[in-house]
Each structure stands twice: as structure tokens, then as C-alpha cells.
Design a binder for this molecule. Structure first.
Ligand SMILES: Nc1nc2c(ncn2[C@@H]2O[C@H](COP(=O)(O)OP(=O)(O)OP(=O)(O)O)[C@@H](O)[C@H]2O)c(=O)[nH]1
Length: 368
């Protein structure tokens, strides 16, 4: 009954959440469990062996749980899972059908297969960046405990060839942990989905559509956090502006200007460290925040960027274009960094670099 209720609840969420496939997989998982359990139950009344289809559905329900978790994290793999669906189903049936032929307990094999799918689901959850959120940790622990109980159950059936009965000691534990897992899953998975959706929206709102770098607002938010974390370290801010960009737009068109902007952003991203923060602060202006970076180190990095950009050819719509940039820089060695001050000083230095002929790096005058 609990599985049936959870299944209905997940179907409702599936329709509410614009048909997010993961919810359908989890609803199906509960449905399969219910049907599988019923088949195993009625086989005794009907006095006929239906254990293979019954256990097949139970194993498949744990496979669907894994399917839902993978679908939730990788939106584009639905088709792959669609294709993988039937082979897994066929393999499950084959292994279970082989069990009686080989003289081993079908229930035992099914339990071990389910344990395997639970471990795989726990591993899939562990790989996610939000795997340490309390609710996800709880779900992972439950998956793991359930896998353990299913393993013990499987081994006990295999060793004793006992009929898989929910009334046996291990069977009761397995039923109890299954119910716990079902309820926890029903509560946790929609929450995980909501957390992910929020993170996705946040990321989208802070990403510049054209260059895929941070937007001005996203850059400021993350820069403030980074500076607060690296209070005692020297930090350098680079303000990078494309030289004579207006003539590029005027001469080759806005679409070519866009292509140049994208490629310049890629060059900058490739030229700085992974930890450095890159954002598009204005039309053709980029900002780079480099924590734990002295003026000497920043000097090397910024000059290398200047050299790489001026030596590159950028692809326009129909032609290759040479581009240079000017860089204004400011290094702050302070126990309390001031982002506004860093930006203002770097901006002044950029202005001087432009005035002195462009395609050059200028550090802010610290005495000013
Ligand atoms: N293609 C394209 N152009 C943009 C975008 N945002 C701003 N621009 C253009 O960037 C140009 C900036 O021109 P200016 O501020 O005069 O600077 P500049 O021509 O690069 O000259 P200097 O900076 O002094 O070297 C303007 O023509 C804007 O229209 C964009 O998203 N795409």
C-alpha cells in the first residue's frame, strides 16, 4: 500500500514538474515492486510457480530507481536508457530463469541483483556535487544499508535454499528497510530535484549567454566570496578590454563582433588558471580575479595573455581578424580586500594603457 501511494505521489509530481522523466521512472519502480510482490503472493494461492516474473519485477524496480537518479543528473541520456531498458530487462529474466536450472534459489539471486542496483544508485548519488546535502547523505546511507540487508537476505536464501518469505527474520528486516527507503526516497528525490533546479537557474542567471563567462552580477557575487576567503593573500584583478572593437563591428558586422567576443573570452579562459574568476563586465570588457597572485605573477600571466591574443587570428563570419586587448591591473596586499577599490584602480590603469597606445598591460599606481 505504501508503495502504491508513493507511486501515485511520484506520478503527480511527474505531471507537476513538466514531465521530468526521473519521476516517472521512480513511480514505475514503485509500481513494479507492488506488482512483483503481488505476483509472489498470489502464486501460493494459485499453487503455481510465478517466482521468475515476480522477482524479475522486483529486480527491475531497483533498476528503475537507478534509472531515475541517472536521468535526473543527465538530461540527455534518456534515449540511451530507453535503449538500455530492454537488454537489462532481458538479462534480468535470463539470470533469474537460469537460477532454478542451476539449482540455486531464485529469491537469493534476485536479492543479490537488487543489492547491486542499490549500490550502483548510491554510487550515482555520491558522484553528484550536492551529494553532501543532508537529505542526500541520508538517502545514500539508506541505500547502502538496504543493499547490505538485501545481500544478507540473498546469501541466506542461497545457502539455505529457503523460500523467500517476508516472515523470515532477514525477510522482515528487508521489508522494514525497504519501506524506510521507499518513504525516504519519496520525500528526498523531489527535494533533490528542487535543489538542482534552483542551482541550474542560479547558474543560468549568472552566465553570459554570448561568451559563457560570468555576468557582471555573477562575477561580483563570486568575487566578493573569493576575496573574503583569501583575506590574507595578495589578490590581483585584471580589467581586459578589446582594442578598437567598434571598427570591427562597423566593418565586418555585429555577428562577426560576437564571434570575436566569444573567441577572446575563450582565449582568456584558457590563459588563466582554473581557479581564477572570469566575467564579462561590459560589452567588450572582461574582468579576471586572481587570488593568491602577486604583482610579479600577474605580470607574467597578463603579458602572456597579451602576446597570445595579439598573435592569434580570430574567425569572423567570412574572414580572419587580428585583435589586440589592453589590460589594466591592480594587486592588493591587504588583510581586508576591497573589490570596489580593486576595480576602480584597475579601470584607471586600463584607461592609461589605452591612452599610451593600447595592446599593453598597465598596473595601477599604488601611490595614487
Ligand atoms: N558585436 C557586439 N558588439 C558589442 C557588444 N557589446 C558591445 N559591443 C560594441 O562594442 C563597441 C565598444 O566600442 P567602444 O567603447 O567605442 O570601444 P572600442 O571601439 O573598442 O575602442 P577602445 O576601447 O577605446 O579601444 C561598441 O561598438 C558596442 O556596440 C556585443 O555583445 N556584441
Amino acid at each position: 500500500m505504501i508503495n502504491l501511494m508513493v507511486s501515485g505521489y511520484l506520478v503527480a509530481i511527474y505531471f507537476y514538474h513538466e514531465r521530468e522523466q526521473a519521476f516517472l521512472s521512480w513511480a514505475l519502480a514503485c509500481g513494479c515492486f507492488v506488482v512483483g510482490s503481488l505476483i509472489l503472493l498470489v502464486q501460493y494461492w494459485l499453487a503455481m510457480s510465478l517466482s521468475i516474473p515476480g522477482y524479475m519485477l522486483l529486480v527491475f524496480s531497483s533498476c528503475l530507481l537507478l534509472r531515475g537518479v541517472v536521468q535526473l543528473f543527465q538530461d540527455d541520456n534518456t534515449r540511451m536508457w530507453g535503449a538500455g531498458y530492454m537488454p537489462v530487462f532481458a538479462l534480468t529474466a535470463l539470470i533469474l530463469a537460469m537460477a532454478p536450472v542451476a539449482g540455486i534459489s531464485t529469491g537469493g539471486v534476485a536479492s543479490l541483483m537488487m543489492a547491486l542496483f542499490f549500490v550502483l544508485t548510491e554510487r550515482a548519488l555520491a558522484r553528484q556535487q550536492d551529494s553532501f546535502i543532508v537529505v542526500v547523505v541520508l538517502l545514500r546511507v539508506l541505500m547502502f544499508v538496504h543493499a547490505l540487508i538485501m545481500t544478507v537476505q540473498g546469501l541466506s536464501y542461497l545457502l539455505t535454499f529457503e523460500t523467500a518469505s517476508a516472515l523470515s527474520g532477514v525477510g522482515q528486516w528487508s521489508l522494514f528497510s525497504h519501506l524506510l527507503l521507499t518513504v525516504a526516497t519519496a520525500l528526498t528525490l523531489p527535494m533533490m530535484h528542487a535543489i538542482r533546479e534552483k542551482q541550474e537557474w542560479h547558474k543560468r542567471a549568472n552566465t553570459d549567454v554570448l561568451t559563457a563567462t560570468l555576468t557582471r552580477r555573477g562575477f561580483f557575487d563570486l568575487a566578493a566570496q573569493k576575496l573574503a576567503l583569501h583575506g590574507a593573500e595578495p589578490c590581483t584583478f585584471l580589467m581586459i578590454d578589446i582594442d578598437h572593437f567598434k571598427p570591427i563591428n562597423d566593418q565586418y558586422g555585429h555577428a562577426t563582433g560576437d564571434l570575436v567576443l566569444q573567441q577572446v573570452a575563450q582565449r582568456i579562459q584558457a590563459g588563466v588558471r582554473k581557479d581564477d574568476l572570469l566575467g564579462r563586465l561590459g560589452g567588450e570588457e572582461f574582468g579576471v580575479l586572481m587570488t593568491e597572485t602577486t604583482e610579479q605573477e600577474a605580470n607574467v600571466i597578463a603579458n602572456r595573455l597579451l602576446g597570445q591574443i595579439s598573435a592569434s587570428e580570430f574567425m569572423g563570419e567570412t574572414q580572419q581578424i587580428s585583435v589586440t586587448v589592453s589590460i589594466g591591473a591592480m594587486t592588493q596586499v591587504s588583510s581586508k580586500h576591497d573589490l570596489e577599490h580593486l576595480l576602480r584602480q584597475a579601470d584607471k590603469a586600463l584607461y592609461q594603457a589605452k591612452e599610451r597606445g593600447r595592446n599593453m598591460l598597465k598596473f595601477a599606481d599604488k601611490t595614487a
